[in-house]
Design a protein around this ligand. Structure first.
Ligand code: HEM
Length: 558
């Protein structure tokens, strides 16, 4: 299973990107771009507003003409590690890096983040259009990655009122429960099948990604499997391909492609990212499109009958198809396909990464593991599985999840924002069209914000009210001391669903299994990070052993 890891594709891609390639690119860059020099120079000069005279740009490395710091970036990939080291070297919480004709601003201070995304939210409410935007949004049809405008508003309304509203969230509880039960029964069957010391060594990444994608697949298509599936509830080949493709897509979005900063080079697709993205999107379409098209056809053929019978929608696809305005479909087939694809991309990656890190950190700190399990045993007991209604009372478990999100964010920054006018933030001039990102990785390491910043300490998320009682822990971080769901117009609308999926995953697996390092392996888990992301360097394999009475597992399978 390890070599099915999508991140390994990216590692290979980066390594293949040899120095000779880089030299060729640089030659070409200089030649092609020299021709544009005068044009760009004059254009930039004209654009500069009077604000630029009153405040300096944030500090940053000196850019070359035309290409800016792109050559440095190309020689120092992955970009996020280079940016981080720059900020460290320059001892700054804000940096401006000129890449081609774009100012990329990276920030690592909650005060600045609040000024960008709360105080000046309307200036920074847009997204840059980069290599993957058009392809991922099927021509700017979704809401997550597109600039604000009528289409963004339309799709955001559809998402928030029809797909993830509190009423719909409640309606979909049964489907989420089925997949939370399947999570436990699949893992239990693994333990029985490959028994080592009463349990089994399991691929945590595989199990958790399968669970999260199942939840979304069940909500959207009312099915767990695209193909025949497996009797033990595990992923079939189709589901593995589907999930791996989504992770590949996610790793390609905003991957600092040369053409994101010098759009005139887009055609060359030097890094091969565009080709890989198109190919991967075709895999997703292979699974989604036939289901969507067949269902739309059924709706067209039998709409009157369905309406007459007052039939409940079976899933979110039915909801999307049946939305109407003045008797006509609200959404085109393309919009439905785009929205569904975005749901998978938005919801799938964070919870599995969180669980992998939590369980690794907990095995290394048995006290934390013991406290979390004790809390679940006290609140829920051992005779039935954790339900969503129990989650508000599992504060220590939630604090563990929150701490993993803080310490081990999967991506190094939030989705990039872009400024729609010149402005001043924190005393610095921020030109129109700057790409602004909060550097999550630098935030988590900032000793000004966190005591022992690199230590896994769930207790740090407990707050007390005026009477001294501990308040309920939730995953949001409105102070922006770290970024999980973001704030403002472009904040994550899926916070309720994302939180429930994450906490159920953690609570169910801690309740139903004892976790330890594999037999004959070092007792401490290696916490190294991947070079190209903040995922664990290698998929985590640890020992899981059932700890509840047998009837609990058999009931979960029903
Ligand atoms: C634990 C799970 C999740 C985390 C940590 C997360 C985090 C985020 C973050 C950091 C952003 C960008 C905020 C910004 O640009 O400042 C975002 C945007 C977004 N998320 Fe989530 N998300 C999660 C789950 C979900 C789910 C389940 C959905 C879908 C139902 C969703 C839908 C979206 C959408 C549509 C946007 C873009 C909003 C816009 O640009 O207008 N997310 N999310």
């Amino acid at each position: 299973m390890a070599n099915k890891n999508p991140f390994s594709n990216i590692t290979t891609l980066m390594l293949d990107f040899s120095t000779s390639h880089l030299t060729k690119i640089l030659h070409l860059l200089v030649t092609v771009l020299f021709a544009f020099a005068i044009k760009y120079g004059l254009h930039a000069h004209r654009k500069r507003s009077s604000l630029s005279a009153s405040a300096p740009l944030p500090p940053g490395p000196a850019p070359w003409p035309i290409v800016g710091c792109l050559p440095k970036l190309l020689f120092n990939k992955p970009a996020f590690r280079w940016i981080l080291s720059l900020m460290k070297e320059m001892n700054t919480e804000i940096v401006c890096i000129r890449l081609g004709n774009v100012n990329v601003i990276s920030i690592a201070s909650p005060e600045l983040a609040r000024e960008f995304f709360i105080k000046q939210d309307s200036v920074f409410a847009s997204r840059p259009i980069v290599m993957g935007t058009k392809c991922l949004t099927r021509g700017f049809l979704t809401c997550g990655l597109v600039p604000p405008g009528d289409q963004w508003k339309k799709m955001k309304r559809v998402l928030t009122s029809e797909l993830i509203s509190p009423v719909v969230h409640k309606w979909l509880l049964q489907k989420r429960n089925e997949e939370a039960n399947n999570l436990v029964s699949f893992l239990y069957s693994q333990c029985m099948k490959n028994s080592v010391n009463g349990g089994a060594v399991v691929d945590v990444r595989l199990v958790t990604r399968h669970y999260v994608s199942n939840v979304i697949r069940k909500m959207v298509f009312n099915q767990r499997y695209f193909g025949e599936g497996r009797k033990d509830g595990g992923p079939g080949l189709e589901e593995l391909e589907h999930v791996n493709s989504i992770f590949t897509i996610l790793s390609l979005y905003y991957s600092f492609c040369v053409s994101d900063f010098l759009p005139c080079l887009r055609w060359f697709d030097f890094e091969g990212h565009e080709k890989l993205l198109n190919k991967t999107m075709r895999v997703i379409d292979k699974y989604h499109d036939p289901i969507i098209e067949e269902r739309i056809q059924q709706w067209r053929d039998r709409k009157d009958e369905i309406m007459m019978q007052n039939k409940e929608p079976a899933d979110l696809l039915d909801v999307l198809i049946s939305l109407e305005v003045d008797g006509k479909p609200l959404l085109s087939t393309e919009e439905i396909k785009a929205q569904i694809s975005e749901l998978f991309q938005a919801g799938i990656d964070n919870p599995p990464n969180m669980f992998e890190w939590v369980v690794a950190e907990m095995i290394n700190q048995p006290d934390v593991l013991r406290k979390a399990v004790e809390e679940i045993d006290t609140v829920v007991g051992k005779d039935c599985l954790v339900q969503e209604s129990d989650l508000p009372r599992l504060n220590y478990v939630k604090a563990c999840a929150k701490e993993a999100f803080r310490l081990h964010p999967l991506s190094s920054s939030n989705l990039p924002h872009i400024s729609n006018s010149d402005t001043i933030v924190g005393g610095y001039f921020i030109p129109k069209d700057s790409h602004v990102m909060v550097n999550r990785y630098a935030l988590r390491r900032n000793p000004r914000l966190w005591d022992e910043p690199l230590k896994f300490k769930p207790e740090r998320h407990f707050r007390t009210d005026q009477g001294g009682s501990v308040t309920t822990v939730d995953l949001a971080e409105p102070d922006l001391k770290f970024i999980l769901f973001g704030v403002g117009r472009r904040a994550c609308p899926g916070i309720q669903l994302g939180s429930v999926i994450s906490i159920m995953l953690l609570a169910r697996l801690l309740q139903a299994f004892d976790w330890s390092a594999p037999p004959n392996a070092p007792s401490m888990i290696d916490l190294s990070e991947s070079i190209n992301s903040h995922a664990m360097a290698k998929p985590l394999f640890v020992h899981a052993k059932p700890r509840l009475p047998l009837h609990v597992y058999t009931t979960a399978k029903l």
